[in-house]
Design a protein around this ligand. Structure first.
Ligand SMILES: *[C@@H]1O[C@H](CO)[C@@H](O)[C@H](O)[C@H]1NC(C)=O
Length: 312
């Protein structure tokens, strides 16, 4: 097969993350450890929330869904980054490259909407506490979640259908260690200026808008919390600061990767690692280590496991 949609490029070349052997070993250890942490930590949150009925509140159900998306998002790139570290030719087939971009954007888009949903959940809990359970009912959670995935799909599709039909006739060096729309579109052998703008608008401006909207919302919620100072104040502050750190760490790289017009390799790498490696481990780290509900749930679960072993 040498022709894909009338073009001649059937594979792309990815950039190596590290040149020296020492750096390769360091990154191998760092990425492997983090990836194991991401898989175990996020699955742990999902199972704890599913199996502990005390955690069946909208906040934790949304959190468990965020964990699933984080796990998926990280799995689109990190395993490949690890296996590419020691290989000399980092070749990715045309189709794998397209599939990678597609899934990055489906899950990235879904995560963006889910972060808005989580902010809305906190807004209702803190600013409209009496109506919280009627507003955030199971139907509403389901609706928010379905919306998140549909918007993720539309967001990815709207860039994907243009990109897959572009003629690629070489060069085929992506200039990054994973495939993403802005870098791949630059390789098309036609004037892709307008398409690049569509991508910048679709990923960059949307994440910028969402980011400022979320930050303003959280400031508003924090001000409300301060006004009704109660015994739940410190718990609210903890949850809100956890959400805000996830929002900042998720959106800062997105804004840089899609809006900043002068990409440099080192900053690119740094921000991509933040988005695919650091942000996905943040939730498990924050919630399992510092959240009281979660720790109590962990204890309950371990007691259950031990006692069920004693019975059988
Ligand atoms: C994700 O959200 C849906 C809809 O509210 C819920 O039914 C499901 O259990 C959640 N998933 C997890 C892993 O908690």
């Amino acid at each position: 097969m040498d022709q894909v949609n009338g073009s001649v490029v059937t594979e792309f070349v990815l950039l190596g993350l590290a040149q020296s052997l020492g750096m390769q070993f360091f990154l191998f250890l760092f990425l492997s450890l983090f990836y194991v942490g991401i898989v175990l930590g996020n699955l742990f949150i999902v199972f704890t929330v599913i199996f502990d009925s005390h955690l069946h509140s909208p906040m934790y159900i949304l959190l468990a869904n965020l964990s699933l998306i984080d796990l998926g998002l990280s799995s689109t790139t990190v395993p490949r980054m690890i296996s590419d570290l020691f290989s000399d030719c980092k070749i990715i087939s045309f189709h794998s490259c397209m599939i990678q971009m597609f899934f990055i954007h489906v899950m990235g888009g879904a995560e963006m909407v889910l972060l808005i949903a989580m902010a809305y959940d906190r807004y209702t809990a803190i600013c409209k506490p009496l109506h919280y359970l009627t507003i955030m009912n199971p139907k509403m959670c389901m609706l928010l979640l379905v919306t998140a995935w549909i918007i993720g799909l539309i967001h990815a599709m709207s860039q994907f259908v243009f990109t897959i039909n572009l003629p690629f006739c070489g060069p085929n060096n992506v200039g990054s260690f994973y495939c993403d729309f802005p870098r791949v579109i630059k390789l098309a052998c036609m004037d892709s200026y307008r398409l690049e703008f569509v991508v910048t608008a679709n990923s960059g401006f949307i994440s910028m808008g969402t980011f400022f909207f979320l930050i303003v919302s959280y400031i508003f919620i924090l001000v409300t919390v301060r006004k009704h100072s109660s015994k739940d104040l410190s718990k609210a502050f903890f949850t809100l600061s956890a959400h805000i750190s996830v929002v900042v760490l998720f959106f800062a790289p997105c804004m840089f990767l899609y809006v900043w017009p002068f990409p440099t390799k080192s900053l690119d790498t740094f921000f991509a690692i933040v988005d695919f490696v650091v942000t996905p481990i943040l939730n498990p780290a924050i919630y399992t280590l510092r959240n009281r509900d979660m720790r109590v749930a962990m204890k309950r679960l371990s007691v259950q496991v031990v006692s069920s072993r004693d019975v059988t």
